[in-house]
Design a protein around this ligand. Structure first.
Ligand SMILES: NC(=O)c1ccc[n+]([C@@H]2O[C@H](COP(=O)([O-])OP(=O)(O)OC[C@H]3O[C@@H](n4cnc5c(N)ncnc54)[C@H](O)[C@@H]3O)[C@@H](O)[C@H]2O)c1
Length: 339
């Protein structure tokens, strides 16, 4: 750091797999952060994450804290381990950026949130899509009233089966992204859900599902999510009275199809036309970098977290409701989260 600047935030990563390696890379070169340590049970992954960096590698959380005492820790272990690792880190007084979903079950997630509140540290949940610049631009346009009332949000998140993920099904692994984005864009919560799910390759959990979300405003959310598609697609369309927004997450693109004939005087939709499409210029940026910068600023200023434990718990509560619906064949009411 240059003279006169604050001391960098001492950060660490626990879990250096496919996502954790990205946390280590971004933390290592983000201004205002010093990546002081990384932890994994696999020494090969530690070697890969420390190679060419001043960062030290450790086999356990205990050794990490004994040696380098970080104040911010990215928790990127498999979802089933989020609770035990997060509680361990929080008990030592560090803030956490825990990957999504916040935990494997709502009970586990609640224990993380309560422990952090009791210890006075920050929990931010890795709902990374909020930091996609196309979503940021869409959020601004919806807040400005472009498009009018939102009628329907439709998310497609499909691709090949990731053999490394065995601990949870596709609902818990991928749906929290889309549930969180829909809540974030609408500023509204989900009353009830319905889902139909199947298991084809995954031995223990569902790997394909379709879901319907009913928002308090009456808006409808549609989820088409699976691990069985031989190409990757991550897209969102937001159908409004006066047009439809379309986001491609990977391309970080945002378009708007206009409906000229939209709204009659009484507020009802008068008609629908196939209007022109406008593509908005978006400055591309790595969402993980924007997320980590927001967490850095929250920890430095004492909060609030950019994506709160409450946000993470709501996304998980909706995911759990989707699983229950797929098992019962009925709509399921979503439990309110009081923290
Ligand atoms: N935000 C996103 O877009 C995104 C993308 C991928 C994964 N994730 C989340 O990140 C988490 C990890 O997923 P992944 O795909 O990187 O998994 P992964 O299996 O590739 O990596 C997990 C790593 O944790 C290590 N590990 C296991 N137990 C450990 C322990 N007790 N202590 C320290 N290290 C341990 C493993 O050796 C491995 O290196 C999951 O919760 C997943 O949902 C989020």
């Amino acid at each position: 750091m240059m003279e006169g600047q604050e001391k960098p935030l001492r950060a660490a990563v626990i879990g250096l797999g496919s996502m954790g390696a990205n946390h280590a890379r971004v933390l290592a070169d983000t201004r205002g952060i010093e990546l002081v340590g990384v932890v994994d049970t696999d020494p090969v992954r530690i070697a890969a994450a420390t190679s060419g960096r001043v960062t030290r590698g450790f086999a356990t959380v205990d050794e990490l804290f004994q040696a380098v005492s970080p104040v911010l820790v990215s928790i990127v272990v498999p979802t089933l381990l989020h609770e035990s690792v997060a509680l361990d880190v929080i008990s030592r007084g560090a803030s956490v950026l825990v990957e999504k979903p916040i935990a494997a079950t709502l009970g586990e997630g609640r224990r993380i949130a309560s422990a952090a509140a009791a210890r006075g540290v920050i929990v931010s949940v890795g709902h990374i899509e909020r930091f996609n610049p196309a979503i940021q631009e869409l959020k601004r346009r919806l807040a400005d009233g472009q498009g009018g009332r939102v009628l329907q949000l439709r998310a497609r998140r499909v691709g090949p089966f990731p053999h490394r993920i065995r601990d949870v099904g596709v609902i818990h692994d991928l749906a929290p992204h889309d549930i969180d984005i829909m809540r974030y864009l609408l500023g509204d919560d989900i009353d009830w859900v319905f889902a139909d799910a199947r298991r084809h390759i995954n031995t223990d959990n569902e790997d394909m599902f379709a879901g319907i979300l009913r928002f308090g405003s009456g808006a409808m959310g549609l989820l088409d999510i699976n691990w069985l598609t031989p190409m990757k697609e991550r897209s969102l369309s937001v159908l409004c009275e006066r047009g439809m927004f379309v986001v491609d997450y990977a391309a970080q693109s945002l378009g708007f199809y206009e409906n000229f004939a939209a709204v009659a005087r009484d507020g009802a939709i008068a008609s629908v036309t196939e209007g022109p499409m406008t593509r908005y210029p978006i400055a591309n940026r790595e969402p993980l970098r924007a997320e980590i910068e927001a967490v850095r600023d929250a920890v430095a200023s004492g909060g609030p977290a950019p994506v709160t434990a409450h946000d993470g718990l709501v996304a998980l509560a909706v995911s759990e409701a989707l699983v229950r619906s797929s098992e019962s064949g009925s709509t399921v009411h979503v439990e309110a989260i009081d923290l």
